[in-house]
Structure formats: C-alpha cells, structure tokens
Ligand binder design. Structure first.
Ligand code: OAD
Length: 248
C-alpha cells in the first residue's frame, strides 16, 4: 500500500505512539464485537448482562455469561494485529496501548504498556471488601460465588454501563494522548465515552490520527488518515514498512 507523505513523515520521526483499540482488533481472533452485524448487543441486552442493576437482579445469569465469555477468551489467541501492535515497541521509544477490550489479548501478545479502560475479564473482585481474585480462583464455578473472606458477592472486574472507569486509568491515558505523535484508532466504533475522548485529546494536542477499521465510523471524518481493512492485515503491513526503513 502507498501511504500519504505526512503519514510517512510522522512514522519516520515519531517518538511516542498511542494505539487506541476496541473490539475489532480481537474480531480476527474469533471474539464477537458489540455493534454492527453479529454484534453482541444485537443479541443480548446490555442492561441485563452489563450493568450493576442487572447483576443484582440476576447474579447467576450475569456470572454464567462472563464465565462463557472467559471460556471463549481462553480458547482463542492474539492475532497478527495484536502482535503487530506489540512489535511497535521494537521501533519507538514509547508505545502505549489504550484498550476498551477486557480480553487481555494485548498483554498475551507481548505489549508491555497496556491501559485497560474497561477492566479485564481475567479478574474478579468482592463488591464488599474489594479483594481481587484471579480468574482461576473460580474457574469451574457456574453460579455467582461468594467472597471466601467476607461472603460478599464476587463480580467480574469489568466496567458496566453507568459505572466509572478504573481510578486513574483514564487520566493516565489522557496524559499519553497529549504526548503522542501518532495515534492509531483500531477496530472501534468510537461511540462509548469517556473512552472515545482519548483520540480526540490526541488530535487536539497535535497527534497525527490514523484510523484502521473495516468500515467508516463516526470518527472517520475527523481523522487524518482512514485505512479501510482488517487490523490483522493493515497493521503488519505498516510494521513491514517500518522494518524496511530501519533495515531490520
Ligand atoms: P464495537 O462493537 O462498537 O465496534 C467494533 C468496531 O470494530 C466496528 O467499528 C467494526 O467496524 C470494527 N471491526 C470489526 N472487525 C474488524 C477488523 N477485523 N479490523 C478492524 N476493525 C474491525 O466495539 P467497541 O468500539 O470496542 O464497553 O465498543 C466500545 C465499548 O462498547 C466496549 O468496550 C464495551 C461496549 O459496550 C463496555 O463493556 C463498558
């Protein structure tokens, strides 16, 4: 692919890279996205499965759904898009991944600076004493478990509708956005706030914004470059170009 000159210049001279990802980066690993054709929120009700009220009304249903999603995540692997993102670290001083995904695949692919805005499905915590547990602690438990320390209810460590983001994580992501030279927006519909402010902040502070998505989104008209295609194909192509320039 021939890239426009301003993108090439930025790629060649950037120090700080920010990669903002959503469900689309994991689609090629076999994990459903939330919106659009086949999206989870077309088949499931977010207010029942991804809200605190829904959990209090039917904890077993919510627990069962998260155990099912964990199973899917366990059975899958990072794809070439996740690996390409991790590979940016070979070529730039600072590479940060700010993800809305809870699937842990960026960490598994080797990215070392991942900020998880919406939590991580591989963790649980007690809503009363706030103790955190690894997913293995309740691996084969099919009904919503109780805390072994205080008997409080255990829930997945993910952000549900109406909840705040994990403390300090958004602020850290915003600080990275302000410093970034290039911000990639990968596989997200960019409609869920406050997460979607991250690329907006990057742009306000002068970053060159590149969107990678299989289709146009709400944010496409305000980006500097829109690359239409699969993240698992386009990101490795960009890495290949960088390798050619650097001779390694
Ligand atoms: P969405 O499902 O809203 O959007 C996924 C995006 O990925 C769409 O724009 C697709 O076109 C794009 N896409 C699909 N396959 C792709 C591929 N192979 N390569 C590139 N792009 C692809 O998911 P998010 O934007 O992540 O929040 O959704 C944001 C939040 O809404 C989620 O974190 C979740 C959800 O409700 C919470 O659970 C709090």
């Amino acid at each position: 692919m021939n890239y426009p000159e301003p993108f090439i210049n930025r790629l060649q001279n950037a120090d700080n890279i920010l990669i903002f990802t959503g469900a689309g980066i994991s689609a090629e690993s076999g994990i459903d996205t939330f919106r659009g054709k086949g999206g989870l929120w077309n088949k499931m009700k977010p207010e029942e499965l991804a809200s605190f009220d829904g959990f209090m009304k039917n904890p077993n249903l919510v627990w069962e759904w998260y155990q099912y999603r964990r199973q899917i995540v366990h059975e899958t692997s990072p794809n070439s898009g996740h690996y390409a993102i991790a590979e940016f670290e070979k070529y730039y001083n600072s590479v940060s991944v700010v993800t809305q995904n809870v699937d842990n695949l960026h960490n598994r692919a080797g990215s070392t600076n991942v900020l998880e805005l919406h939590g991580n499905i591989e963790r649980n915590f007690c809503i009363d004493c706030n103790t955190f547990f690894g997913v293995e602690d309740f691996q084969s438990v099919s009904e919503a478990p109780k805390c072994p320390k205080c008997s409080g209810m255990i829930r997945p460590d993910v952000v549900w509708f109406g909840e705040s983001l994990p403390q300090g994580v958004f602020e850290k992501a915003e600080a990275l956005a302000r410093e970034s030279d290039i911000c990639f927006i990968v596989g997200t519909s960019a409609v869920v706030y406050p997460a979607a402010y991250i690329p907006v902040t990057a742009k306000e502070f002068g970053a060159y914004i590149v969107e990678i998505n299989v289709e146009q989104t709400e944010i496409t008209r305000s980006v500097d470059l829109s690359l239409i295609g699969k993240a698992g194909e386009l990101l490795p192509e960009i890495i290949k170009k960088i390798k050619e320039w650097r001779g390694s």
